[in-house]
Write a protein that binds this ligand. Structure first.
Ligand code: ZN
Length: 203
């Protein structure tokens, strides 16, 4: 399976990163070993001193497709989960400065925690779905899909132009503002609406 992550899909996050809002969706990928299944702790890696959380809604692809037309994109997913796109911000800064690829900053082992359960999309209004991340009980990110620059169907149409999407592939759909550093001892909890989707200890 593939993990596809959308960059800068919320204007307020692009602004906090002092990045321009893109005209077409921007994406990068993580390997399958980046996935951190629910119930596991995250161990702070020794190659970074500035790992940040980015809480994101995650779309699970339910049917293989290539060059999917936007109007049919909704047929290619049934469920929405919640994930974190861990980012080594210090390494990412160096990559950006040098124009180097982002993998060391974004695609490392366990950098993509994922919720244990997914919510059927019929149970959500995807044009107005609220989600949030709490760090040690404090709300640090509060997002709503209504603020997405590119909606899920547009993302699927865009990404599938370049390669086939397969059943089980995950699309992390971008983070709202409020990203920040984690520390050893932290507990992160993610919610869609009021439903707790994810709980993660940093060790
Ligand atoms: Zn992200």
């Amino acid at each position: 399976m593939k993990i596809i992550c959308i960059g800068r899909n919320y204007a307020d996050h692009a602004k906090e990163m002092q990045s321009a809002v893109p005209e077409t969706p921007m994406f990068f990928m993580k390997p399958d070993v980046a996935l951190l299944k629910a119930g596991n702790d995250f161990y702070y890696p020794n190659f970074s001193k500035d790992i940040h959380f980015e809480c994101e809604l995650v779309v699970k692809i339910a049917k293989a497709g290539k060059s999917i037309d936007r109007q049919f994109a909704h047929k290619y997913y049934n469920e929405i989960g919640l994930g974190i796109d861990f980012t080594a911000r210090d390494l990412q800064k160096k990559c950006k400065e040098k124009g180097h690829p982002w993998e060391v900053a974004k695609a490392f082992e366990n950098s993509a925690p994922i919720s244990a359960t997914f919510i059927p999309k019929e149970n959500l209004d995807l044009s107005n779905t609220q989600f949030r991340l709490e760090q040690n009980g404090n709300v640090v990110q509060n997002g709503n899909t209504s603020d997405m620059i590119f909606d899920i169907d547009t993302l699927i149409a865009h990404v599938s132009q370049f390669f086939t999407l397969k059943t089980g592939d995950l699309i992390y759909t971008g983070t709202p503002a409020g990203v920040g550093p984690i520390a050893i001892g932290d507990t992160l909890k993610g919610f869609i609406g009021d439903r707790e989707m994810l709980s993660l200890n940093i060790k």
